[in-house]
Design a protein around this ligand. Sequence first.
Ligand code: GTP
Ligand code: MG
Ligand code: ZN
Length: 317
Amino acid sequence: MKSLNAPATAGVVTEVSGASYIVISEDGTEFRARTFPGTKTDNGDASLVVVGDSVELKLIETGTALFEAVITFVRPRRSALTRKRDVRRNRSKEKTQVIAANIDQLVVVVSTYEPLLNTRLIDRYLVFAESEKLETIIVVNKIDLEDSSETREMMKPYKALGYRVFYTSAEKKRGMKALKKALAGKLSAFSGHSGVGKSTLINQLSGHERLKTGETNEKTGKGLHTTSNSVMLFLPGGGFIIDTPGIREFNLSDITRENLRFYFKEFLSFMHDCAYSSCTHTVEPKCGILKAVESGHIDSERYESYLAIYESIDQNS
Ligand SMILES: Nc1nc2c(ncn2[C@@H]2O[C@H](COP(=O)(O)OP(=O)(O)OP(=O)(O)O)[C@@H](O)[C@H]2O)c(=O)[nH]1
Ligand SMILES: [Mg+2]
Ligand SMILES: [Zn+2]
């Protein structure tokens, strides 16, 4: 039994359920932990402890107690995958909810069909990843349902920009080896719409049927939001993966209309052609970006995404 005065230890949060956390210490021991009013942190987000957090623990008497440790300190986050709670009227920053912390790599998962491939969402993720300087890979799952040249065509601009694209079928176990290699030795978070197959892929990759997976709606092809909490799993061969709940729309709360242009990396080499230094690349004459779109140097779908995100950013926020 661990004694009350056991030395403090540190670990990583792998699971959150209500007010209870699973923390794996540096030597691989698992603890059931909780926070207490004295839990300290310098992180400003609404979420005190999330999956991926590095925390300091104080062990407590186990005996009859439900918990084996209390979290005394949540260390600063190196990175954070966030989403905004649906509180339209109160758009304060405190409402940003962290889904996963300290990730090295963001894995954007889309599916070819059910739900249908959506590059607008990919572009939102990429803007976020560029702004956070996060490595990103794109996974196109369910290639057993549809693997047309159109699908591959849609992904060409991403490859041209240097993003790595993986084609998989979690169902038919295709493309798993290459994906596994890209995840080795890193902490990666899988994110994407509900029903694209994130949990199914992670079950395949980790070799356990541990995560619950769900059907997609027959009529709409949309997922049913099966995963409700983030969970971190070990990848045999090295690396960790965080499964996250399906998102409806990806939050870009820290992006402004002014800095958005810097996160479309293909814009960078054409911006100096704009007549105005404050060019928004929407309606201005002599705009280097618009010219590049017309000449085909910038993909028009990517530009449409820029406009859509630009429009969606509240100027006053
Ligand atoms: N045909 C086909 N179906 C798949 C594939 N991968 C997953 N599915 C199915 O898609 C449905 C949704 O899969 P999940 O893994 O639950 O999707 P998810 O992305 O985790 O969804 P949320 O947890 O709701 O965000 C399930 O019925 C899976 O069996 C695939 O490669 N091919
Ligand atoms: Mg899931
Ligand atoms: Zn311009």
